[in-house]
Design a protein around this ligand. Structure first.
Ligand code: F6P
Length: 553
């Protein structure tokens, strides 16, 4: 971290010049035509040194780059001090400066437990993992029973943000590895509907609630947890039964015990684990319950292998660095506002939701670590959906809209469900290959004319033209396994880190979520009567008054 503003770097200025002088030349059709080696040059194979099966490909050749642009982007990463920032993170330095905290989610997935900052609690990681293993083995085997002696059949994780999205995404992604007689559900929204519909058909005698909250003060989670406890006690009656049906994942022992959960039913983690980086910690308990501890350990090992790749691979071959640079090129020079994640795998249908928080809560910031307002763009809007569904809704805009939307296409070569002799999967993959090709190379007016014939109207011809030159990355994995998923998630985490360092922002706090929380608390106290509504603008006051007039309770 140099302390300089990103736009002051020499490499940034080089990139500005390259954009101005070479943009017209950076046409994918021509770049591919003039260089038969382009795919070989701009693709990299990731290998996991401890598991040869965990190998995958990143093809970034369909980006609007050439050698000069790529070199300048890598020079930017170097000049911004990404390598020393990375080393500082791995050394446990307090790189989360506004909160004066280390950022050590990487310590949670290091099987050798190299981190021994015992005053920070990293030395306690193996003990918590052992606690997770012991508990998950008991629940999955039926040794842990509910208050009437029946085995647990339903697990309900109550949490929000990082205490929900990671477990939701991973349990969905790794469903083929799950114990199907253990139903994992999630409640996050404060809307009572989420709780009501989730427990509607649940049996209190066989339901286990996991209260997941780093702070154990989050309004949504504590309100949902309290209502879940009321629902449970409505059946079980005796408070002593709570011990068999409620466990907590938190850093806040005092609040957990005050809630009525015994300390031995609490799974500890630490303030150096950021919420959106916490699925590797005790927050992953629902994942371990769903897929078993051994598979959870594989997930951690896959992430650790990517950590090794990130820390030891030269920048030009470093996958998180490459992804970060492609994103910066479009975000800061081409003016792209968004980035779309497109997994061609139904099991990854929550992947984009997960990285919405991962990326936007990390890098959606206009203030640098030095307190200066940036004069360039920081984090993009992240969105996406699983293929091929998106093709029948928003891809129209990707192909012919007026906006540049850089895309990541992600797919496994092998499906967990090879229905029809893998016919479904071959069709899915044919789309995975076709869409980036269509985006990059489009369809010219001449091609359209040849197709539609001389009698077609000009308007029809023009409407069928695909300009092309729309960039994408393609990530192709052998299969979605706990290990490959761990590597994939860690790759994106580090991509976000690299971009945050280049932009000079603190990717590990989330001050932007506070103001709304404070205002909502104030408004909650005023919802009773019109006379209580004070201190707002006329719009907010008018809305609350209208609500008070029409509500039925
Ligand atoms: O949205 C703000 C936030 O603090 C997230 O960063 C976090 O993941 C979420 O709330 C939940 O926080 P907690 O785990 O403390 O309940």
């Amino acid at each position: 971290m140099s302390g300089k503003s990103a736009s002051d770097y020499a490499a940034w200025k080089t990139l500005e010049q390259l954009y101005a002088s070479d943009k017209a030349r950076l046409v994918l059709k021509d770049l591919f035509a003039s260089d038969p080696q382009r795919f070989a040059k701009f693709s990299r194979e990731y290998t996991d040194s401890t598991d040869p099966k965990n190998t995958f490909l990143l093809d970034f050749s369909k980006n609007l780059i050439d050698d000069k642009v790529f070199a300048a982007l890598l020079a930017l990463v170097k000049e911004a001090g990404v390598e020393s920032a990375r080393d500082a993170m791995f050394a446990g330095e307090h790189i989360n400066t506004s909160e004066d905290r280390a950022v050590l989610h990487i310590a949670l997935r290091d099987p050798q437990h190299h981190f021994s900052l015992s005053e920070d609690g990293t030395g306690d990681v193996p003990a918590v993992l052992a606690h997770i293993k012991d508990f998950t083995d008991k629940v999955r085997s039926g040794a842990w029973t509910g208050y009437t002696g029946k085995r647990i059949t339903t697990v309900v994780n109550i949490g929000i943000g990082g205490s929900d999205l990671g477990p939701v995404m991973v349990t969905e992604a790794l469903k083929p590895y799950s114990q199907r007689n253990l139903d994992c559900r999630f409640i996050s929204n404060i809307d009572g509907t989420h709780l009501a519909e989730t427990v509607r058909d649940a049996d209190p005698e066989t339901t286990l609630f996991i209260i997941a909250s780093k702070t154990f003060t989050t309004q949504e989670t504590i309100t949902n947890a309290t209502s879940a406890r009321d629902w449970f006690l409505g059946h079980a009656k005796d408070k002593a039964h709570v011990a068999k049906h409620f466990v907590a994942l938190s850093t806040n022992t005092k609040a957990v015990t005050a809630f009525g959960i015994a300390e031995e039913n609490m799974f500890q983690f630490w303030d150096w684990v950021g919420g959106r980086y916490s699925l590797w910690s005790a927050i992953g308990l629902s994942i371990a319950l769903a897929i078993g501890y051994e598979n959870f350990a594989e997930l951690l090992a896959g992430a650790h292998a990517m950590d090794r790749h990130f820390t030891t691979t030269p920048l030009e071959n470093n996958l998180p660095v490459i992804l970060a640079t492609m994103g910066i090129w479009y975000n800061d020079f081409y003016g792209a506002q968004t980035h779309v994640l497109l997994p061609y795998d139904q099991y990854l249908h929550k992947f984009a939701d997960y990285f919405q928080q991962g990326d936007m809560e990390s890098n959606g910031k206009f203030i640098t670590k030095q307190g200066k307002r940036v004069d360039y763009q920081t984090g993009p809007i992240i969105w996406g959906a699983a293929g091929t569904n998106g093709q029948h809704s928003f891809y129209q805009l990707l192909h012919q809209g007026t906006k540049l939307v850089p895309a990541d296409f992600i797919a496994p070569a092998t499906s967990h469900n090879p229905i029809g002799g893998s016919l479904h999967h071959r069709i899915l993959l044919s789309n995975y290959f076709a869409q980036p090709e269509a985006l990059a190379f489009g369809k010219s007016e001449e091609q359209v004319r040849a197709e539609v014939g001389a009698n077609a109207s000009e308007a029809l011809v023009k409407s069928k033209v695909f300009e092309g030159n729309r960039p994408s990355n393609s990530i192709l994995l052998p299969k979605i396994t706990p290990r490959s998923l761990g590597s994939l998630i860690a790759m994106y985490e580090h991509k976000i880190f690299v971009q945050g360092v280049v932009w000079g922002i603190n990717s590990f706090d989330q001050m932007g979520v506070e103001l709304g929380k404070v205002l909502a608390k104030n408004i909650l106290a005023q919802l009773g009567a019109p006379a209580d509504v004070k201190g707002h603008d006329s719009s907010t006051t008018g809305l609350i008054h209208y609500y008070q007039k029409i509500r039925v309770e």
